[in-house]
Design a protein around this ligand. Structure first.
Ligand SMILES: C=C(O[C@@H]1C=C(C(=O)O)C=C[C@H]1O)C(=O)O
Length: 420
């Protein structure tokens, strides 16, 4: 089912103007549904909603793209800044599985504030005939939800280990080379959960990640599915993980062992190859480094490869995200068989976890991350949050180690929630 107002009925009026630095982007969010895409203090935040598209259909990407094209075509825009992310911007979050019961969404905030390379701007968006929301750029402070308790989500940790063991058998039997399996955790809090509190905590601890919020999905992802900017395409592929110990010297030795681990290098190779193969038809030239580097995050280290390309076919960032999703970093190899195995073994609906999350502007430029290290709020219960984490399983995977890895990947959201 697709729910979207007709763009033609109410063309949008969009105004972007440059402003003086109003303070940290995340501190500007008022107590309203928040949208965010912030890294190292730069990016875009938004609030309010001028228009919305929602779909639970299997062709969610195509219908979203068509809706956005129509919105943009009819919009009346005055953009005094003219860089990627100014003018009309839609934030989006897509369900991982085309068969998910969870919808995918594009939302246009009514106020956006962006910052890039030292320039800051504000954009207001309203349907024609509607007075645009006043852009109140005062600074706000969010508060935490109080004591938190965690409980098993769809499956206990012990059962999840059995699922991993089962997946290793299926890999040995030749069903797939790699499959990414995830688990969820349920958090309950004493008071209501304020997304701004989570965002601020995540951005503080994980400044190198993309701190995102779209329609109640909130997290800090280290993995960039695709960025399209003026014809240049970038992607950061992650796969292969080791937990940090907190002891810098020991962690450095672990980073070395990660870079030499044949199990992790194999897992990583699958992810890079699937990304490069999906991107190649859209690019005239591509740079795919031969070997990965080690990305250091406060909780884990990952094998990482930054892929770059020159766009050849005029695709939009959203079209590219749709073409690349699901990469082997969150699906597996081969893709179709891995998705079937996830449906069979995982025992839950991932919803928007591990789906593309990010933004697009009216030119089609944009940034889409993979929704990892994240959680979904519950619109009917402000004291409930569902957290997710997953791991790539290959022939050499050990269930106990994978459970520990998934716990390490839950740390960013757990800490953000408890304010640790
Ligand atoms: C699936 C997740 O992470 C992905 C899986 C990784 C792995 O298995 O090594 C590493 C980074 C991500 O591509 C997650 O964080 O939930």
């Amino acid at each position: 089912m697709t729910v979207a107002p007709s763009a033609a009925a109410a063309p949008l009026v969009v105004r972007t103007s440059e402003i003086d630095d109003p303070g940290p982007l995340l501190s500007l969010l008022p107590d309203q549904p928040a949208a965010s895409w912030v890294r190292q203090g730069e990016g875009i935040v938004g609030w309010g909603e001028a228009a919305r598209f929602e779909s639970s259909d299997t062709d969610r990407f195509e219908t979203a793209q068509a809706w956005w094209r129509e919105m943009v075509e009819h919009a009346v825009v005055r953009d005094e800044v003219g860089v990627p992310g100014t003018g009309a911007v839609a934030f989006g979050s897509f369900a991982f599985d085309a068969r998910s019961a969870r919808s995918s969404v594009l939302t246009l905030p009514s106020v956006l504030v962006g910052s890039r390379h030292g320039r800051t701007w504000v954009t207001t968006i309203a349907a024609q005939g509607v007075l645009p929301a006043a852009a109140d750029l005062s600074v706000h402070r969010a508060s935490g939800p109080g004591p938190v308790s965690f409980a098993d989500g769809s499956m206990s940790a012990a059962n999840w280990e059995l699922v991993i063991a089962n997946a290793v058998e299926r890999i040995a039997a030749g069903d797939v080379d790699k499959v990414v399996l995830a688990r969820d955790l349920e958090a309950r809090t004493a008071g209501p959960i304020d997304v701004r509190w989570l965002l601020t905590g995540l951005a503080e601890r994980y400044p190198g990640c993309w701190t995102f919020a779209v329609d109640g999905l909130v997290g800090a992802t280290p993995e960039l599915l695709v960025r399209l900017e003026r014809g240049l395409v970038h992607s950061r592929v992650l796969a292969g993980t080791i937990r940090r110990t907190g002891d810098d010297e020991h962690d450095l030795a672990l980073a070395g062992s990660l870079a030499r681990s044949s199990k992790d290098l194999e897992e990583h190779e699958y992810a890079v190859r699937s990304l490069a193969e999906a991107l190649a038809p859209h690019c005239s030239s591509m740079n795919v480094p031969e070997s990965p580097f080690v990305l250091h995050l406060p909780n884990v280290m990952h094998l990482a490869t930054d892929v770059a390309g020159v766009l050849a076919d005029g695709a939009t960032s959203l079209t590219l995200a749709a073409a690349l999703h699901p990469t082997a970093a969150v699906g597996g190899t081969p893709t179709a068989a891995a998705i079937e195995l996830i449906r069979e073994l995982e025992g839950m609906d991932r919803g928007r976890y591990a789906g593309p999350v990010g933004w697009t502007d009216s030119t089609g430029d944009g940034e889409w991350g993979i929704a990892l290290r994240c959680a979904e709020t519950d619109p009917s219960d402000p004291q409930r949050l569902r957290l997710f984490a997953g791991c790539g399983i290959v022939a050499g995977s050990d269930p106990e180690a994978e459970l520990a890895e998934s716990d390490a990947k839950l740390v960013p959201m757990r800490d953000a929630l408890s304010g640790a």
